[in-house]
Design a protein around this ligand. Structure first.
Ligand SMILES: Cc1ncc(C[n+]2csc(CCOP(=O)(O)OP(=O)(O)O)c2C)c(N)n1
Ligand SMILES: [Mg+2]
Length: 213
């Protein structure tokens, strides 16, 4: 599944909503595919690893009670730094939609390790060490359910994204077990493994990447 396809499938579902994107632009694909027609649609980019989940919950808190659909396109590595943050929206009934952007990697850093291996003449095939999130991949939907979220996934077929996210339409959100009698728009998490345009571990390792941390 590519970032472009994920952006497209999500847009089919959310375009009728009054939505807010908290951070992350799917390698800029949301700017190409989604219509940012109001100033509040996007708050800005994420910061260092481990910051996006907290920023996103803060944005969702700011919009609580407005009826807006707050969406966090959440990278896996960022969430691994602060999994406990998932408890806060449940505890304080902060409605939001998290769609996992799983590439099963701390990929930005992995690319940096590949770059540095080429610089230093060390083996780029070892760059994955400490950088991949496979063997086993964290089951984020399972983790989220354990904390009280309604969750689906992991989703590998892009055609399944729409049906998984569809309950957000028409206020059909699932009940939040921790927060009776509150907003109808409650958390929903869809876990979407991305292989970055068909890359495998070896092709990632082969790729010459020049990104920075
Ligand atoms: C606090 C902090 N620790 C480490 C880093 C180095 N770093 C930059 S990107 C990255 C991995 C991010 O992984 P993920 O959130 O899954 O995003 P991806 O690059 O895979 O899309 C790391 C560890 C950082 N930016 N900030
Ligand atoms: Mg990642």
């Amino acid at each position: 599944m590519t970032e472009a396809r994920l952006a497209h499938e999500l847009w089919q579902v959310i375009q009728g909503e009054d939505w807010v994107l908290t951070a992350n632009t799917l390698k800029e694909w949301v700017h190409k595919v989604w219509d940012f027609d109001k100033p509040y649609r996007h708050v800005g980019r994420e910061l260092g690893t481990g910051t996006q989940i907290g920023i996103s919950i803060g944005v969702a808190l700011a919009h609580k009670g407005t009826g807006k659909l707050v969406i966090d396109l959440q990278p896996d590595g960022d969430l691994m730094f602060d999994l406990g943050a998932l408890w806060t929206p449940i505890k304080y009934n902060i409605p939001m939609l998290i769609v996992m952007y799983n590439n099963r990697a701390y990929y930005n850093d992995w690319a940096h390790q590949i770059h540095m291996a080429h610089q230093r003449g060390t083996d780029p095939a070892r760059a994955y060490i400490g950088m991949d999130l496979e063997g086993p991949p964290p089951d984020f939907a399972h983790i989220a359910k354990g904390i009280g979220w309604y969750a689906e996934g992991a989703i590998e077929d892009p055609a399944e994204i729409g049906p998984a996210v569809k309950p957000i339409q028409g206020n059909m959100f699932m009940k939040n077990p921790g927060s009776p009698g509150t907003s109808p728009r409650i958390g929903f998490q869809s876990s979407v493994p991305l292989t970055m345009a068909g890359q495998t571990r070896s092709s990632r390792t082969e790729a010459r990447a020049g990104t920075t941390c």
